[in-house]
Design a protein around this ligand. Sequence first.
Ligand code: GLN
Length: 548
Amino acid sequence: MSKYVFVVGGVMSGVGKGIAVASIGRILQAKGYSVTAIKIDPYINVDAGTMNPTEHGEVFVTEDGDETDQDLGNYERFLGTNIYSINYMTTGRVYQSVIERERNLEYGGKCVEVVPHIPEEIIDRITKAGKKADADITIVEVGGTVGEYQNMLFLEAARMMKMNNISDVVFVLVSFLPIPSKIGEMKTKPTQYAIRTLNSAGIQPDFVICRAEQPIDDVRKKKIALNGNMFKDHIISAPDIEYVYEVPLNFEKENLGDLILKKFGWSEKYNAPGLKNWEQLVSRIKNATEEIKIGIVGKYFHTGDYVLTDSYISVIEAVKHACWKHGRKPKIDWLDSGDFEQDESNLESLRQYHAVIVPGGFGSRGIEGKINAIKFVRENKIPYLGLCYGMQLATIEFARNVLGIHDATSTEINDQSPNQVIHLMADQVKNIEESNYGSTMRLGAYPCVLDERSKSYIAYKEKNISERHRHRYEFNNDFRQKMEQAGMLIAGVSPDNRLVEIIELPEHPFFVGVQFHPEFKSRPLEGHPLFNALIEAGVASMKPRLID
Ligand code: GLN
């Protein structure tokens, strides 16, 4: 019998609801229960795949090829398990299946209505996801903030689930408590209103997680408890912290895990694994003091006057995991590829980095800057990891500057060029012709066979690997032989040898480009083989440069 924890947001967005969900999951796992987590995004988009990263952050790709919200990445990283497509839903997706069913006469001639049919579909999806994961506890994150129109039907579904089985459902409100600088005091009123708003949707929160700059004190806990009709020890302090991976430990200090279990009539299992490995991780993070500098050359950084790093969150987390594994403190700089386009003297600044990454991307804006940066790191022997577009652009750079094919390009950039070293995958031609863009890329996990002479093989320590993909274009095999003759190693291919999945330059200390996205599979406790190898090469490159 699965239990459910619904997590909803109050007062404002962006206060770390996803991390709260992931952390609750982690502490319940530590108490011996199997956990899965579901993300609900209230927008109409059927998935996150068609959105620009500056709109919505990174598109996280699941093993089974869904293009989802970045929070699923947090769940995977904290829970250490794969989260599948079924654990992600949007308003668009819910309506789409209800409409499809109606068209298939599955409602037996009934009038299909927003209530109850939409919440019923939502409940159906939630319970199926819990079953698929064989979870004792399914945590459901309702996107958005209470009081907004968009997530009402999801709250209605949650209310109905609670009504049907009161002891199986717990509600957690993640709220924000401002400390206005002129007043200098933590204010609880917005949170009190958020609780009331939730009450008006028929829901009484069991816990409030109090996100704030500072820990919440006893006086204010009492105030929220009294006004919100709750127990004081169910008001959980959640102050800002430096590392998100500390959150489960902080929740445990507030006893949140046991309190949730108690609501279900459960308690910690006798053979529970505990949080020992997580505590070790956090102390490893805090003890890593010697810096290593990583440059990430991208273009999805700016939104208005603000710099947004959410677009590459899995890449950033993967880099951090690998740095911590090597006892180094990551110092990550976001480098706008545009800067390497207008003024090539800016490239000199790349010398300060121990490793450089060009992550995934789309379209032609900013690519010449990325290619210039890749040329610089190749020639100056700076460790390089190219992810998807970063691999394709490394191929183009090699073709242009090593093979001398000056107009080498990708079909994505120039479909008229005679030298498209990266071209559209054969099965994508029809999609492009028909403007059929939604969820039609090569998506999800595919196998790859490694060349035993490669650095990738040394990193993975195995010949057959599987990684997640998200692309339409690929390495053009017409150029394969020429590239190999000029010193490129085709280090990984699809099992039928048709698709080039990894390129390497054996002459370089570390120059690896991968057609897939290894960042999606990096976990904090172990790190990912390729990122670990990149950072190892970065650490090795520190010494000679110190002598310099
Ligand atoms: N734009 C490239 C393609 O579609 C690369 C995609 C990516 O980096 N995820 O193939």
